[in-house]
Ligand binder design. Sequence first.
Ligand SMILES: [Zn+2]
Length: 250
Amino acid sequence: MNQKKSLRNCPICQEENGEILHTQNFVLPEGHPLSNGYDILCCDRCGFVYADTTVSQKDYDVFYAKLSKYEDKKTATGGGESPYDAARLQKTAECIAEFLPDKSVRILDIGCANGGLLGYLKKLGYNNLCGLDPSPACVENTKQLYGIEAYAGSIFTPPQDLGDFDLVILSHVLEHIQDLKFSVKLIEQLIKVGGYLYVEVPNASGYVDHVFAPFQDFNTEHINHFYHPHLSNLLIQFGLTNKLIGEKVF
Ligand SMILES: [Zn+2]
């Protein structure tokens, strides 16, 4: 067992110690704000697996605002441009619609990319939609492609007077967040009493069944590796309880 004292602490339970599962290194362009390597740790207390990176949340915020790959309409995921991405987003929209029969509910998609998911929700009849993304280009694309209200900002820097929502969506966002607990604290404040949070993350327990790229989810951006009990352990600390847990393969 190769133990160490974590640089980051477990983002879910704050435990300092963990077991090094692997040391991951990257070759990055000069001036790239993210880390060129980190240890992948398994928390001694709760078993959560995470990148023990020293990159700050502020650096990640700059990265997603200025170097976002999600604004490219041809290559980005989250915009619904490719058939693969479109099918994925449509499935997510249909899953959300099962819970929310009232089409006038106010919905916020945090990390909306080019607005693909919001676009499908609009197609299903929802008329009170809002997007938030760190990349100004993504925000413009969301407005232009789908005619949906959208703002530049992150979980940590939302526009003032955003209000509250019946549903907040975090689709493939939490695996990117350095300061997980603070992010959930802020998100919880955006949800109306009795409202919903939809969270979708890669399932770490399924990585091994779907290998399609070198290093797969162990990249510069994915720094939290969730199995659903860990996600529940995080959310329950903020008074959020599970309505439904599901898995999908796409
Ligand atoms: Zn932990």
